[in-house]
Design a protein around this ligand. Structure first.
Ligand code: IPM
Ligand code: MG
Length: 365
């Protein structure tokens, strides 16, 4: 195992800085117990970068990210920049860094923790035991196709091109098959093959790749049916693989099954070990700066980073167990609290996790 890693830290906007600060505290604790040193290089992305540097993704930030072993990102966006043109919106920073770093696979696990069943808006019997993973293609499709605006026949027209190449589909499917292989070996490929040509290509590539994974059961589902099945009977899913925009929508839906989007981590992976890790929830400008944000999704993102990019599996397990232990002990931030009057803030939640993490490491000795 390497003794030192270089982490690019991009706090971003809204609650981003608060939750990333908390996550760095957690990483420092991991470092103390494992003897693995982390060095942090901070960069700006999103709205704060637009304000300071005039662009949502400064070259300096890209340089820092490219030199790092992994990237930890908070969140981007806020009402302040909502009226900006496309290339000067905070989201453009996120899309740019995904493309520039080749982060083609977005993993969004949605796991229902038993002690949070009551926080879900769905019936307990529907959501208890949900454990699924959305694997979203992240650098292709309609997000990155050519965009046009023009006038034709006296009317304004807008175009967004949706293109997929076979190789792009194949690599995300292989990634999804590999992940399914390590889980319950069920892969559901989601498309709109009854309407879209790109989906018909997607489906045929999925069928071809499946021949290399005879141990994994591949099924296909249309995206509208999948949206419905996710709320009707989510336990049928193990791994879902889908294109960029469908994955954006379905992963938010899957996230809500678990009670709070404030709990969900994500990994955006390139070929090899490099990855960018961020909570699924956004910048939550309405609660920014109040010290009430739920830092757990960011902690769980750190766990994904430890596992996928830094080969520190034991530390990843310890951190995930620490988060579960804190939940089992009944500690809740407002977003996951049933009794809001007893909710705790970011700092207090972080202290509980740090204590539980130390406990995990001590037990393991
Ligand atoms: C996400 C977000 C982004 C996306 C936005 C902020 C551009 O919704 O990461 O899911 O659509 O990919
Ligand atoms: Mg989204």
């Amino acid at each position: 195992m390497k003794k030192s890693y270089n982490i690019a830290v991009l706090p971003g906007d809204g609650i981003g800085p608060e939750i990333v600060d908390a996550a760095v505290k957690v990483m420092t604790r991991v470092s103390e117990f494992t003897g693995v040193a982390f060095t942090y290089a901070y960069g700006r992305i999103g709205g704060c970068a637009i304000d300071e540097d005039g662009t949502p993704l400064p070259d300096e930030t890209l340089r820092i990210a490219k030199e790092a072993d992994a990237v930890l990102l908070g969140a981007v966006g806020g009402p302040k920049w909502d009226q900006n043109p496309g290339h000067l919106r905070p989201e453009a920073g996120l899309l740019g860094i995904r493309k520039e770093l080749g982060l083609f696979a977005n993993l969004r696990p949605a796991t229902m923790h038993p002690s949070l069943v009551e926080a879900s808006s769905l019936k307990p019997e529907v959501v208890a035991g949900v454990d699924l993973m959305v694997v979203r293609e992240l650098t292709g499709g309609i997000y990155f196709g050519e965009k046009k605006r023009y006038t034709a026949d006296g009317q304004e027209v807008a175009e967004d091109q949706l293109i997929y190449q076979e190789a792009e589909i194949e690599r995300i499917l292989r990634m999804a098959f590999e992940i399914a292989r390590k889980r319950r070996k069920q892969l559901c490929s989601v498309d709109k093959a009854n309407v879209l040509e790109s989906s018909r290509l997607w489906r045929s590539v999925a069928e071809r790749v499946a021949k290399d994974y005879p141990d994994v059961e591949l099924t296909h589902m249309l995206v509208d049916a999948c949206a419905m099945q996710l709320v009707r009977a989510p336990k049928q899913f193990d791994v879902i693989v889908t294109e960029n925009m469908f994955g954006d929508i379905l992963s938010d839906e899957a996230a809500m099954l678990t009670g709070s989007i404030g709990m969900l981590a994500s990994a955006s992976l390139a070929e090899g070990r490099f990855g960018l890790y961020e909570p699924v929830h956004g910048s939550a400008p309405d609660i920014a700066g109040q010290g009430v944000a739920n830092p757990l999704a960011t902690f769980l993102s750190v766990a994904l980073m430890l596992r996928h990019s830094l080969a520190m599996d034991d530390a990843a397990d310890a951190l995930e167990r620490a988060v579960w232990a804190v939940l089992e002990a009944g500690h809740r931030t407002a977003d996951i609290a049933v009794d809001k009057s007893r909710a705790i803030g970011t700092a207090e939640m972080t202290e509980h996790v740090l204590a539980a993490l130390s406990q995990q490491f001590t037990n393991a000795r």
